[in-house]
Design a binder for this molecule. Structure first.
Ligand code: HGY
Ligand code: MN
Ligand code: MN
Ligand code: MN
Length: 417
């Protein structure tokens, strides 16, 4: 497919990747471009410029997504959609999401050079706010496009009590327009959605495989648990006469870890935050909040996690005479990739003599919400050491170029299927 030689392709990718890597929040570790932050706002202007330079018609939709359009021969046909996200976690890396946006722009270049005029429009999307955020809701832009963002979501608050609606408004997205935004539901459903992403795991590297074709994307159950005990003087209260909320929360951390360790393959469970409501260092904690999540691609196992942990955490809290109150939310259910998109991606890789492997995704993606609208597929490229969500995240430009090649070839196949 590509007419540029490998050096030109990797040269363009390197300059795009380093251009975006310039945008990060000062004073935070690694690459930090959290949704609604200044550095994120600035970086998206740069991304819009890159989309324009790639010859796309660019607009920002009512949900804050950046959408670049490559016109097809038949604009009335349902469009193809690709893309990903350019926001990061706090202290993240340079490739998560980024390769799906900048790689898609390189795929547009490949398509243009090859003269493969698509029948369908191709939409390249930089989805707003894919990463989880203090409002506890990931994939903001793709949820909105799938018609899944609700008024209750906009009323969610962060640790300071600011609402998600206020955050949107400060970012220049009108929350009321957002609520009436129908996205790509109804007659505007795409023909298919295909996302290039780093694996963020170590399977491809361990197996020496350049391409993964995603079979399913993990479901995520999120937990906020509150533990209520009794405040007491930490210096005088006897150890055998305390209702220590922090001890009960610590027991819950271990219970959640055991749940993950007992999960079927690729299942995990993590506690990422414990908050003592009191700031005093000399008071027995009486109110502690725990934030955690459980993930698995095994739907039946995941559906039992709330019951198992409710029983386990209640028992352990009772041992310390502490009340435990659990509130769960489903970030997303397990989503299977479309068989036909998987097949076309496998055909494209094989036709180019590129090895590939079917793999599940332990990370969630905008593709989860696009799957509600159209047949969905994801193409993975290796992550060095399986690392991600950290500055050490790394995928070589050659590996990205291979992913872009398979992305472009698969889009051509999807165009006529
Ligand atoms: O949490 C995730 O899996 C994704 O990186 N937002
Ligand atoms: Mn991602
Ligand atoms: Mn991520
Ligand atoms: Mn993700």
């Amino acid at each position: 497919m590509p007419l540029s030689d490998a050096g030109e392709i990797t040269g363009r990718l390197n300059s795009a990747l380093s251009g975006l890597a310039e945008f990060r929040t000062a004073g935070r570790p690694g690459w930090t471009r959290e949704v609604f932050s200044e550095s994120y706002r600035d970086s998206r202007q740069w991304v819009a410029g890159q989309m324009k330079a790639a010859g796309l018609e660019v607009h920002k939709d009512a949900a804050g997504n950046l959408v670049g359009r490559l016109a097809g021969r038949n604009p009335a046909a349902k469009p193809l959609v690709t893309g990903s996200h350019t926001d990061t976690v706090d202290g993240g890396g340079r490739f998560d999401g980024v390769v799906g946006v900048l790689g898609a722009l390189e795929a547009v270049q490949m398509l243009r050079e090859s003269g493969a005029a698509l029948e369908r429009d191709l939409l390249v999307v930089d989805f707003l706010g894919e990463e989880s955020n203090p409002f506890g809701l990931s994939c903001l832009g793709s949820r909105a496009l799938a018609g899944e963002l609700t008024a209750a979501d906009l009323a969610r608050t962060d640790y300071s009590g600011k609402t998600l609606a206020a955050a949107y408004s400060d970012f220049g997205v009108d929350p009321s327009a957002l609520l009436s935004f129908k996205g790509w539901t109804g007659s505007r459903r795409p023909h298919a959605y295909l996302e290039l992403h780093i694996e963020q795991g170590s399977t491809l590297e361990a197996r020496g495989m350049p391409i993964g074709i995603v079979t399913a994307i993990t479901g995520i159950e999120r937990l906020v648990a509150s533990f209520t005990g009794t405040p007491d003087h930490a210096g005088t209260r006897p150890m055998d006469d305390r209702r220590d909320a922090m001890v009960a929360a610590a027991e819950a951390v271990l219970a959640i870890r055991s749940e993950g360790c007992g999960a079927p393959e690729h299942g995990v469970a993590t506690v990422t935050r414990l908050e003592n409501a009191s700031r005093s260092p000399n008071v027995v904690p009486s109110l502690v909040r725990l934030y955690g999540e459980v993930r698995s691609v095994d739907e039946s196992w995941l559906s039992g996690t709330r019951g198992r942990l409710a029983a386990e955490i209640a028992a352990r809290a009772a041992e310390h005479d502490v009340e435990a109150d659990l509130s769960w939310s489903t970030d997303n259910t397990v989503v299977r990739a479309s068989d036909s998109v998987q097949d076309l991606a496998g055909d494209a890789a094989s036709a180019a003599g590129i090895g590939w492997l079917p793999v599940p995704s332990g990370a969630t993606h905008d593709a989860v919400h696009m799957a509600a609208l159209a047949p969905m597929g994801m193409i993975f490229i290796p992550s060095a050491g399986g690392k991600s969500h950290c500055p050490e995240e790394f995928t070589s430009t050659d590996q990205i170029a291979t992913g872009v090649r398979v992305l472009a070839d698969t889009l051509v196949r999807l165009d006529s299927h």
